[in-house]
Design a protein. Structure first.
Length: 430
């Protein structure tokens, strides 16, 4: 049964937090959405979600109170933390956002409050990191004055089929009473049902292995692509043939970025190393996936050289289509396309980058990359379809006009139908 007395606070209004906040605001009268970014708050107040996850009409109809003022968290009884959990330059977990969130909400905890973390962490973070911080900055005692839960996010940016309400939600809590409150809150917005994990650590572990498994499966496909390329065999043709078997897993090679798949395995390996086990398979998969950007760049440069379009890489003019971590989203988090661009530029090539989904200021801020307009993509030695946005389908019929004679088309995700290209162009896909 839904408890109408809950006053709910969402901390972090990004790809994960906003959909949860909006859904809960459609069921509860008092829902506060907090974000440290005043720019984000102002955009949401203007009924604009730049992540593209929530439509303007739904934002306009929502009763969600959006704020960047921590004081608005006062009197909330149920806190959901959905801040990001990135990695640092050494591929170690960066818990700074989670730590900051704990310090932020702690002064507003009152007797009986529940704090649920959705942020991806390694097993033990909720108990060993978050709980002491909340106690320290609230003056309250965990398990007596406030209570903890964990419910890992499963948001897939840009996916219109698998949404918050249609994905089974894992919930876990430190006691049965708290679990009942999680069951009430999440059960009111998730029609697909709830899975009740036996402990918070189990729920934390479930989240990191979900994406670790996917990372490893893609790494296998990428390694196969490296092998098959040396054999002169097109990987896509092999996968199409192998995929006719009923139990073949349909994964594809590609650039592995984003906030989850390219990050979560490092949370698991960090926890593993802390307890004395040095993981091998997981890190091997990460090495393969992290090397794909450079491989694709070198492949493009090699094909240009073989085509004898230019004498040296320094004379090459290469267009890169797409900068986001996946197709049809504006999300730049942990994109591996910049790896391709950096390798090309280190070889001396002149690189143009175009992505209609990306805010040019964000591209410049995150990666120091200046986006080019579509009409600048002329007289090119090569075009790299790095991200298969739907918009790039319109580029295919006129692609030959943008390339020099003998130009190269590098198709990372097998987006282009080779039969649609003239025989004068050299084509390669991962």
């Amino acid at each position: 049964m839904k408890n109408d007395n809950e006053r709910i606070a969402l901390v972090g209004l990004g790809y994960v937090g906003l959909p949860v906040a909006i859904a809960l605001a459609e069921k509860y009268q008092d829902v506060v959405g907090f974000d440290v970014s005043q720019r984000r708050v102002e955009a949401l107040r203007d009924k604009h979600d730049w992540t593209g996850e929530i439509e303007g009409a739904r934002l306009a109809a929502s009763s969600l109170q959006v704020t960047s003022d921590p004081a608005d968290l006062a009197e909330c009884t149920f806190f959901i933390v959905t801040v990001p959990t990135p990695i640092d330059d050494a591929n170690e977990p960066d818990l700074t956002p989670v730590v900051s969130a704990c310090r932020l909400i702690a002064p507003y905890l009152t007797s009986g409050a529940v704090v649920v973390f959705e942020s991806t962490v390694y097993p033990g973070v909720t108990d060993d990191v978050c709980a002491p911080l909340l106690e320290e900055h609230s003056g309250l005692i965990r398990g007596r004055d406030f209570f903890l839960g964990y419910s890992p996010e499963r948001i897939n940016p840009g996916d219109k089929e698998h949404r918050l309400d249609t994905i089974t939600k894992i919930i876990a809590a430190e006691d049965e009473t708290t679990l009942t409150r999680l069951r009430s809150v999440y059960g009111s917005v998730v029609s697909a049902g709830l899975h009740e994990a036996p402990s918070i650590k189990v729920a934390e572990a479930a989240k990191v292995i979900e994406n670790t498994q996917r990372d490893l499966n893609i790494a296998l496909m990428n390694e196969l692509a490296l092998i098959l390329d040396r054999m002169g065999i097109r990987t896509r043709d092999v996968l199409d043939a192998a995929g006719t078997k009923w139990n073949f897993l349909r994964f594809s090679p590609g650039l592995v970025g984003g906030h989850c798949i390219g990050v979560d395995p490092y949370y698991l390996t960090h926890a593993s190393e802390k307890i004395g086990y040095m993981p091998e398979v997981i890190l091997a998969g990460r090495r393969v996936n992290n090397g794909m950007g450079a491989f694709i760049a070198h492949k493009a440069l090699s094909m240009i050289k073989d085509s004898k379009i230019t004498d040296t890489s320094a004379q090459s003019r290469i267009g890169v289509l797409g900068l986001t971590f996946k197709e049809n989203v504006p999300d730049l988090r942990n994109s591996k396309v910049p790896d391709v661009i950096e390798t090309l530029r280190e070889a001396g090539a002149h690189v143009l980058v175009h992505d209609p989904r990306v805010d040019p200021e964000e591209a410049r801020h995150e990666y120091g990359i200046d986006l080019s307009e579509a009409d600048a993509f002329v007289d090119l030695d090569a075009v790299i379809f790095a991200v298969p946005h739907d918009e790039f389908g319109d580029w295919i019929p006129g692609l030959a006009d943008r390339l020099r004679s003998g130009g190269v088309v590098v198709d990372v995700r097998s987006f282009v139908d080779r039969s649609c290209l003239p025989s004068t162009l050299r084509y390669w896909s991962l």
